[in-house]
Design a protein around this ligand. Sequence first.
Ligand code: UT7
Length: 336
Amino acid sequence: MIKNAIPLKIAGVGYSVPETVITNDDLTKLYETSDEWIYTRTGIKERRVVSGNQNAIDLGFEAAKRALDKAKLNPDEIDLIIAASSAPPDLYPAIACHIQARLGISTQVPAFDITAACTGLIYALSIARGYIASGMYKKILLVATDNNSRLVNWEDRGTSILFGDGAGAMVVTEAEDGVDDVIAIDIKSDGSLGDLIELSFDGKNCPLVEQYEPKPQGIRMNGRGVYTFVAKVLPHYVDELIKNAGMKAEDIDYLIPHQANIRIIQAVQERLGFSDDKVVTNIKYYGNTSAASIPLALAESVEKGNVKLGTTAVLCGFGAGMTWGGAIVRLREGIC
Ligand code: UT7
């Protein structure tokens, strides 16, 4: 909690997913696997993938428009844009700059990207929290988007089964009624665990200095290592986040976790003692959409009426870095 800070309002959320669906059965055309193997280990049945010229920037743009619409704000009222992506389609310009241009937002508004992998939305919200609290910016657009289908190695059945494409967005503003929608927020990282999930950028050496050695392509993941680390750390971490906020699990209406593996979600659920109707899961239909995962789960569940508004939720995520984080938020009427 930041003392004497300007409170933050979550004013609108939105999401976007590509149309093309790839089922587990479809993947059996690529390598030896089965719907049963994938579903029982991960909870995933299908995922969405971009096609043609569509990429994470397009998905992010659509999600941003919906979030702005729900927030009842015109794009030109936004005074800062932050985009979170595990791996943006362009290293530069930033996704946030692309979205600024497409929304026609003033050239005087700063726009930048952050990388915290699947924890990206929590990191972005934490940064926005600081800016709003200080009074530096008043209306911030957060966009979390990834096109993992262009990043996985489609010959690696251990990782390519997991990921999908999607985007989520959130508009946060100064809360004029004095009620802070971020009750608690915390972010963590442990760079010594960086080799658990990696994606190298294959830049070429200067040929005058040394011969070019191609690097391995696509996302490389020690799935068992990630699973073991997260299953050990995350349930306790979320529990502590709630206690440190002076709350009890019963005070929280919903758990909206990063959608990486249904068994990890269930481990957090069990720790909190939550019934199924308090836990948001859409991993079955989208797989792991990385940075987009949490805001996509939030916006879709509200839109479908699975999450009621005028409630509180704990958001939590983890990803490459390793990074992890959590936020306890108020979900006001009208955000979606
Ligand atoms: O946001 C980033 C997050 N990443 C994660 O959350 C990943 C967390 N980890 C996981 O979800 C699981 O570790 C996986 C689902 C990725 C893998 O499950 P696992 O039970 O840890 O399997 P494993 O990697 O230990 O592999 C077990 C066996 C191996 O065969 P052998 O060596 O025992 O003969 C694999 O070759 O399963 C085999 N295997 C497959 N079989 C059928 C690996 N992938 C597949 C597949 N279909 N797709």
